[in-house]
Design a protein around this ligand. Structure first.
Ligand code: SF4
Length: 216
């Protein structure tokens, strides 16, 4: 597992918490609208950001440069230095749940008393359930890419919809704060699709349609 970048400070990515965002490399989807496409590969690329500067060794953060990749140790060192100043850590990507050793990282973060939010595409329900059962998550945000009949087109891969459905069920049954969300991608989704997705969202679960932002 490699760190693709760190957003040192955010007020908007973890509801109610001042947080940092850790971007893990590697994703099993290939969404044509991906903002973090440089992180899809497990081994190369870095992430652009407009965040405040970072003091993590090997991780830059200023308005001109991207946040470069660093090791897990550097990431933990960075978080150690932010104890008492940040309340939460968002684990994003890429798709964090493709990494079998994710729970080790989350355990270390929890031991530093940070709340953890997971951003996921919902493709790994078994792993998701294990993380929940271990008490490693405090908030889950799951992407619902499209209505079922368009899923492969929006995820960029042949998608097992039963796994997406199971993740939705696991999340709603977990009792954890959560959010289902869809990026409104121009030319690929329309209002009819959004209405269709809305009907898929379990009753009582928050759902948000977020505007597409052109990565350029
Ligand atoms: S699931 Fe997320 S990180 Fe992966 S390709 Fe899609 S948008 Fe990019």
């Amino acid at each position: 597992m490699e760190i693709g970048g760190i957003e040192p400070f955010t007020l908007t990515d973890f509801p109610g918490k001042v947080a940092a965002v850790i971007f893990l490399r590697g994703c099993n989807f290939s969404c044509p609208f991906c903002h973090n496409s440089s992180l899809i590969s497990k081994t190369s690329g870095h992430l652009s950001s407009t965040s405040e500067s970072s003091d993590i060794p090997g991780v830059k953060g200023d308005n001109q440069s991207g946040l470069e990749s660093g090791s897990i140790e550097q990431c933990l060192e960075f978080l150690q230095g932010r104890r008492g100043r940040l309340q939460g850590v968002v684990i994003s990507g890429g798709e964090p749940t493709i990494h079998g050793d994710l729970s080790d990282l989350l355990q270390e973060i929890k031991e530093m008393d940070f709340a953890v939010k997971l951003d996921t595409n919902g493709s790994q329900p078994d792993h998701l359930l294990k993380l929940i059962e271990k008490g490693l998550l405090d908030f889950i945000a799951m992407d619902i890419k499209a209505p079922w009949h368009k899923y492969d087109q929006l995820s960029g891969v042949k998608t097992d919809i039963s796994r997406i459905k199971r993740s939705m069920q696991i999340i709603t049954e977990s009792g954890l704060p959560h959010l289902f969300r869809t990026t409104m991608v121009p030319d690929l989704l329309d209002q009819e699709d959004i209405q269709e997705i809305t009907l898929l969202i379990p009753e009582g679960s928050p759902y948000k349609v977020q505007p597409y932002r052109d990565p350029s």
